[in-house]
Write a protein that binds this ligand. Structure first.
Ligand code: FAD
Length: 276
């Protein structure tokens, strides 16, 4: 395909999950990703798991990006964790505000991801390539689309090198977001985040909460398949491969796959693209 690709994983919760993820990674490495990223739980839930998985990826000879969220954190704790990541050989971060798990109070010394990006730059100079999140269909807590765009621009001005989007199935929202960012003088690469479609209820439930919209025609088709998992997978593969094809044709800088710790859905999409 020639376009840079990257894969995202979440830290497994069990030894069996960790073993399964090792096998998944080996299959995906065959596609020569630019890097693999590992998500990070806000409020202390999965930091060690993130660092462990990042360490394994580095030991496998692949560039690893650690997601890093700042909600509820102090400057001292962020400083410590940056030092740990640097000592591990991590060169890439996905800098996020994050969401506190329910039951945690706000607090902490960072309010927005732009605060974290500025802090990382001030503390560590150019040691890390900093990615930030972008929301073509608008972050669910944003005061308005324009305010969200300004918040994105603030992350770029604070020193972000590039961005990865929340997943979307409506490419017009992505193209408009990139155009609007350019209008504000923001020209960092904005890499589409691609979520394979493998199940119906999980995707529909999750999307409402995270600022991604499932277009009506996709929602209705998924609902109509009911428990017919094979048809859902075949339909999802077709829809997401078409989306990627359209994005590649339009000249996107790279594609980032939300692997959900599975190899088959992402490999299916990349295989389909290679055959076009
Ligand atoms: P921000 O960019 O800080 O934005 C958060 C909200 O605040 C937005 O509504 C924005 O409009 C608003 N805002 C920003 N600045 C200002 C300001 N100055 N004044 C007023 N409002 C402002 N979550 C995890 O917990 N772990 C992960 O590993 C993880 N990885 C992710 C990876 C990607 C690529 C994406 C797209 C999301 C990821 N998330 C992750 C989810 C993310 O943490 C949530 O969407 C979170 O709610 C926002 O984080 P952010 O970094 O985008 O926040």
């Amino acid at each position: 395909m020639g376009l840079p690709i990257s894969f995202e994983f979440f830290p497994p919760k069990t030894p069996e999950g960790a073993e399964k993820l090792r096998a998944v990674r080996q299959k995906l490495y065959a596609l020569k990703p630019e890097f693999c990223s590992v998500t990070y739980g806000a409020g202390g839930s999965t930091q060690q798991g993130t660092f462990d998985t990042v360490g394994e990826i580095l030991a496998e000879g692949v560039s690893a990006a650690s997601h890093f969220s700042c909600i509820g954190a102090t400057k001292a704790s962020v400083r410590d964790q940056l030092a740990t990541l640097k000592a591990m050989g991590v060169k890439r971060l996905v800098a996020l505000r994050g969401d506190l798990p329910s039951g945690y109070g706000a607090g902490g010394e960072f309010h927005y991801a732009s605060d974290l990006v500025a802090f990382i730059r001030a503390e560590t100079g150019d040691d890390f390539h900093i990615e930030v999140a972008a929301y073509p269909e608008v972050h669910p807590q944003a005061k308005s689309p324009e305010a969200d765009l300004q918040a994105f621009a603030a992350k770029a001005r604070a020193g972000a090198d590039s961005a990865i989007t929340q997943y979307f199935y409506n490419s017009d929202a992505y193209f408009r977001f990139v155009d609007d960012a350019h209008r504000l003088g923001v020209d960092i690469p904005v890499v589409p985040g691609i979520m394979p479609i493998t199940s119906s209820s999980q995707l529909l439930r999750f999307s409402d909460a995270c600022g991604a919209e499932i277009p009506r025609w996709i929602r209705l088709r998924l609902q109509a398949y009911g428990d017919d998992v094979e048809s859902i997978k075949a339909f999802g593969l077709d829809v997401v491969t078409d989306l990627c094809d359209q994005l590649i044709t339009a000249g996107v800088p790279a594609l980032h796959f939300y692997s959900m710790n599975q190899s088959v859905p992402t490999l299916g999409i990349l295989d389909g693209l290679a055959q076009r």
